[in-house]
Design a protein. Sequence first.
Length: 82
Amino acid sequence: MYMVFIGLTEGIEKSLLADMAPSSQKASVYGLHALMVGGALLPASIISGFLWDAFGASAPFWFGGAMGILSASGIWFGLRNT
């Protein structure tokens, strides 16, 4: 399933970066994006591994779902006031 997620989202992310970045800095923006994604995936993987070992296989998925809902709520409340 992860391959489906990557297939559906990675192209959109790169397209958005290409549209937003100045033409002279596209490579730097792509590199910064890769750095940020990698920097976020490392602690996410460590947390998921800990949750899996401590609470079982379903715990990382519940945690990820809760973080998704929390993030969506934060974005919704943040954009609602603008």
